[in-house]
Design a protein. Structure first.
Length: 272
């Protein structure tokens, strides 16, 4: 197939777009190794150093923010995985077409609603009902969006499974729970693992909803990093951001591997 000028132009536009998206990340990581001046980050490079990584670790407020992010993201991943798996299963296997469409619409609505609107609404709701802000309200605010993410991943995997296998197990005397445990869940395992990793990553990096629901006692790392930019951040902040970027990159790579495994396991089922 011969490539024309349009193909080359599209390739150039794509390359420039990727460069535009990745260049700020590369600059931020590079500043994590900049010596800075008088404990502050400066626009020009004054030398290379690794001292800011242990400095970030020794910062008590930064470590508290990291711990809050780890705890909240872990709770969000567990809850969204439990509810999202059931929701994704119902979106495919529920006998009523109307119910499946309603559940799908609700899942997409959770992803479409801007997080700023959701954050403001949750803050007003907690204020009017007198619910004190804390870790529980933060987890409750972030979880619905991640439930939709998990549900759509589980739904996509279930659509590749052959329902005849489940019907054959039922014909052989297996009940619904036994079919779910022995037939469906093993085939969903890679997709569930990928969905859990993705939910954890998105929850850990969430800054919009967390900025509305954070308190002086419970503030995530994303909120801490965003707030530090207003007061002239130290290079330790860039070191923490670089470390978070590395953890996120590893988690997303793991997610891609698990999704690829889920697709490879689904090919024999489609061929039956």
């Amino acid at each position: 197939m011969k490539r024309g000028p349009a193909t080359g132009a599209l390739g150039l536009i794509y390359a420039l777009t990727v460069l535009f998206l990745l260049l700020p990340l590369a600059v931020g990581v590079a500043y994590a190794f900049n010596t800075g001046m008088m404990g502050k980050q400066v626009t020009r490079f004054t030398g290379l150093t690794l001292a800011w990584f242990p400095a970030a670790w020794n910062d008590l407020s930064l470590r508290r923010a990291v711990w809050a992010s780890l705890v909240s993201a872990s709770w969000v991943a567990v809850l969204s995985l439990a509810v999202g798996a059931m929701l994704g299963h119902a979106m495919v296997r529920h006998p009523s077409v109307t119910v499946r469409r309603v559940l799908s619409g609700l899942s997409y609505a959770l992803l479409i609603v801007p997080e700023s609107v959701l954050g403001v609404s949750l803050l007003l709701f907690y204020s009017e009902t007198g619910v004190p802000l804390g870790m529980a309200t933060l987890v409750a605010g972030i979880t619905p969006v991640e439930i939709a993410v998990v549900a759509l991943i589980v739904r996509a995997r279930l659509l590749t499974l052959d329902p005849a296998i489940e019907a054959a197990a039922a014909d052989l005397g297996a009940g619904p729970l036994r079919v779910l445990w022995l037939i469906v869940l093993p085939q969903l395992a890679p997709a569930l693992a990928a969905a859990g990793v993705m939910a954890w990553t998105f929850a850990f990096d969430n800054v919009v909803i967390a900025s509305f629901l954070a308190t002086p006692q419970v503030s995530t790392l994303a909120v801490y990093l965003y707030g530090s930019l207003h007061y002239g951040p130290s290079p330790a902040v860039f070191a923490a951001a670089a470390a978070v970027f590395g953890v996120t990159l590893v988690a997303l790579c793991l997610c891609l591997v698990l999704l690829a495994r889920a697709r490879s396991l689904g090919k024999p089922a489609r061929a039956l």
